[in-house]
Write a protein that binds this ligand. Structure first.
Ligand code: HEC
Length: 119
């Protein structure tokens, strides 16, 4: 688990701090994130349709996959997600990318890297 967290945090830094580059993979990641976010039992239930916050806090600031993993490990209210959705590293990256798109943060994949190489 610790290894996976380090791995996720490295990737999220790459995803969130990267310079601008249009990438078709971004579309795929966003679509996948959206699908996961709106699963029958998923984030939207507690964090709202636009991640604006409901039972859980707003996520429009764009939490990283690492922060999500920490919540899944430690937050009893989110245990249902582990049972129902059980997101892996790739899922969390997709979710983080999609959720960040609700805020005004720019999301980019590193130029010359496909997201699959990163994963
Ligand atoms: C059953 C309700 C519920 C669901 C479903 C849920 N969450 Fe949460 N989440 C919470 C609550 C409540 C908190 C606040 C916990 C606290 O502050 O102690 C939280 C906190 C968080 C935080 C920390 C936010 C912050 O800035 O402190 C993140 C990130 C997060 N959730 C991500 C997710 C993601 C991603 C999903 C979907 C995969 C999800 N949550 C689904 C209830 C939920």
């Amino acid at each position: 688990m610790r290894k996976q967290q380090q791995f996720i945090s490295t990737i999220s830094v790459m995803l969130f701090c990267a310079s601008a580059s249009a990438d078709d993979n971004l579309e795929e990641i966003l679509a996948r994130g959206k699908e996961l976010y709106f699963e029958r039992v998923s984030c939207w239930v507690c964090h709202g349709d636009s991640a604006e916050g409901r039972i859980g806090p707003s996520m429009q600031y764009g939490p990283t996959p690492m922060v999500m993993q920490e919540q899944l490990d430690s937050n009893p209210q989110m245990e249902v997600i582990v049972t129902e959705l059980n997101p892996d590293a790739e899922d969390l990256i997709s979710l983080a990318t999609f959720i960040a798109s609700f805020g005004d943060c720019n999301i980019h994949v590193l130029p010359g890297h496909s997201s699959h190489e990163l994963l």
